[in-house]
Design a protein around this ligand. Structure first.
Ligand code: HAS
Length: 563
């Protein structure tokens, strides 16, 4: 067993605990926004007691807090924890605090501007919808804070490499570095979009904005963003799950190959979100489509590697026959409650992944684009495997850092199953509703279920009802989780310690292949940059050639430009 403990300093412990607790409060506001979406669409409410009757404002809260803020904080905290723990090297805690403060200040600024109704721009913040400059500044601070966290890991990693020549980098470090290498490259594009386009336009320094260029820069960032969400979950699947299941990781090489493939293919794919947009040549959309199928490959390898690891664990636990091992996994073992979050996430991801491959094919995309199918897809990915893994990780880490026993373990183990049922029902409703033409993101002012609505269709009603039922079950499940999270935070500590002694369930490999070509990030980063240049230069040139002038700013509740 490669279990060992690592002592974090008092300062590092409190920083990471703060970065877990505050986003949990924001997550609560975010999931409340999610419930309101479903109730609004079904005509059960016309106004949300928290944000009023502004549907886009609620949707902005829901998307920004859940998908951007909560995820970024968790990625930073699990990175801080796993990098220090795996390399056995404490991080510079002043830099940790700097990163945490930047992220907190940025998130609060963004949240306040949304709450004041000054940033009703959804999580994609597409122009010509305009936000208050402080919303964009808040996002910049959040991103810069996460970069600072990453820069804090790099010297420790280089130091470890010098001291451990010829040794393989621990898998958790490979996974977290992959996550942040992708994040760093991807956020450069959105930094250009915000600093040189959105911010001057929002400040009134320029009148118009090139909407197509802004969308293209956003999706340069927007697709890798989904792997920034997914990869910390993959780290937990590869590093924790086989051990929790009672076995070993089937192939060490497969895990490393998967992470390197994500560096190569996560970024040159963003145009698959713009298949239906004008201004970009069909040949470049085709090229991004090919890379999109390539980026599904590491997930397919993951499916086989994890299934083999689970089979190995199930057989270790006494499973026999072709599928007898499936029954021998610790689905309801309260002491291994984290397993229930990881296995449900994986099962959900089979459906989420298939949906992604459907979206990636141009012809299918013409059917589903801008319909409710798309939220159906992304709830099966980011609100499925990603959210469940992040919930498990947050509770585990807060317990470890605060030296507290996880409370309500029975409920905690039950939550992911209830949540999964709710999610499957809701996503089915959204997906089939989408195939029947139900649009996404419309600001109709009235629900789809109201016969007076411009967008009313009787055959959508059962699917809208499914999303209300499923969404309500999801909400209740997460509420139970949040109660257990705070019961753990406010529970009695095992012993009062200066710092925090942390232990992770680290899996050993069953096959520990040499795989020398997977030991260095540099060649993969170089090839990734070449692929990005080849795939994005023609796209940007097409956009610049096809667009002139730009748009004045708009707000979602007025057809008249803001100036
Ligand atoms: Fe996606 C739209 C294509 C994955 C998130 N995606 C979105 C949007 C979001 C999102 C948020 O090509 C909407 C953006 C917006 O607001 O407009 N997506 C893909 C493809 C993949 C994919 C090809 N997406 C994700 C992930 C996300 C995410 C992951 C979040 C974390 N997506 C698209 C496309 C669109 C899109 C188009 C644009 C649609 C449009 O027109 O607007 C692939 O990466 C998926 C590969 C995954 C697999 C699944 C592998 C299965 C595994 C589980 C194994 C299970 C086991 C359990 C072992 C191939 C790993 C065994 C069980 C036992 C009991 C033993």
């Amino acid at each position: 067993m490669s279990d060992y403990s690592f002592k974090f300093s008092k300062s590092s412990k409190w920083l990471n605990v703060t970065l877990l607790i505050i986003p949990m409060v924001l997550l609560f506001i975010g999931i409340y926004g999610g419930l309101m979406q479903t109730l609004f669409r079904a005509g059960i409410i016309t106004s949300d007691p928290f944000v009023g009757g502004d549907y886009y404002k609620g949707l902005t809260f829901h998307g920004v807090l859940n998908a951007i803020v909560f995820t970024t904080f968790f990625a930073v905290v699990i990175g801080n924890a796993l990098v220090a723990y795996s390399l056995k090297k404490p991080l510079n805690s002043k830099i940790e605090w700097l990163s945490g403060i930047l992220m907190l200040v940025g998130s609060v600024m963004a949240a306040i501007t949304i709450f004041m109704g000054e940033a009703t721009v959804l999580y994609t913040f597409y122009p010509p919808l305009k936000a208050h400059p402080l919303f964009y500044v808040g996002l910049v601070l959040l991103v810069v804070g996460s970069w600072v966290a990453f820069f804090n890991w790099i010297p420790k990693y280089l130091e470890w490499r010098r001291e451990n020549k010829g040794k393989k980098t621990p898998m958790a470090v490979v996974g977290m570095f992959t996550t942040f290498i992708i994040w760093f490259i991807a956020t450069l594009a959105v930094a250009v979009e915000i600093l040189f386009m959105l911010l001057p336009w929002s400040l009134g320094l320029v009148d118009e904005i090139n909407v197509m260029l802004a969308r293209t820069l956003f999706w340069f960032f927007g697709h890798p963003l989904v792997y920034f969400w997914l990869l910390p979950a993959y780290v937990m699947y590869y590093v924790f799950m086989p051990k929790l299941a009672g076995g070993k990781l089937y192939s060490d090489m497969a895990g490393r190959l998967v992470f390197m493939m994500f560096i190569l293919f996560s970024i040159p794919v963003g145009t698959h979100h713009q298949y239906m947009d004008p201004a970009i040549g069909a040949q470049w959309k085709f090229l991004h489509g090919i890379f999109t199928f390539a980026v599904a490959l590491p997930s397919l390898i993951t499916a086989f590697t994890l299934a083999a690891s689970l089979e190995h664990a199930g057989r270790n636990n006494g499973g026999t026959g072709l599928f007898g091992w499936v029954r021998k996994l610790p689905y309801f073992d309260k002491e291994k409650w984290m397993f229930s979050y990881l296995i449900t996430g994986l099962i959900i991801f089979i459906l989420g992944g298939i949906g992604g491959i459907i979206n990636a094919s141009y012809q299918m995309n013409t059917v589903i684009h801008n319909t409710a199918w798309v939220p159906g897809h992304f709830h099966l990915t980011v609100a499925g495997p990603v959210l469940l893994a992040f919930l498990a990780g947050s509770l585990y880490l807060v317990g470890q850092f605060m030296n507290k026993k996880v409370r309500m373990k029975g409920w905690v183990t039950f939550v992911p199953y209830a949540y999964t049922i709710g999610l499957l029902v809701m996503s089915y409703g959204l997906k089939i509703g989408g195939l029947k033409g139900m649009p996404r993101r419309t600001m109709t002012g009235t629900s789809y279920a109201n016969p007076d609505s411009l967008l009313y269709q009787a055959d959508w009603i059962p699917y809208i009802e499914m999303s209300v039922v499923g969404g309500s079950v999801m909400f209740v499940a997460i509420l139970i989780y949040i109660i257990a999270f705070f019961a753990t935070v406010f529970g009695k500590a095992e012993s009062v310690e200066e710092g925090a002694t942390v232990t992770f369930p680290i899996s050993e490999p069953l096959h520990d292949e040499e795989a020398k070509y997977l030991r260095n990030f540099t060649p993969y980063i170089i090839i990734a940059i070449i692929l990005i240049v080849l795939s994005y230069t023609p796209v940007i040139l097409d956009v610049l050639e096809a667009t002139t002038g730009g748009s004045l700013p708009y707000s979602p509740d007025s057809p008249i430009p803001l100036r």
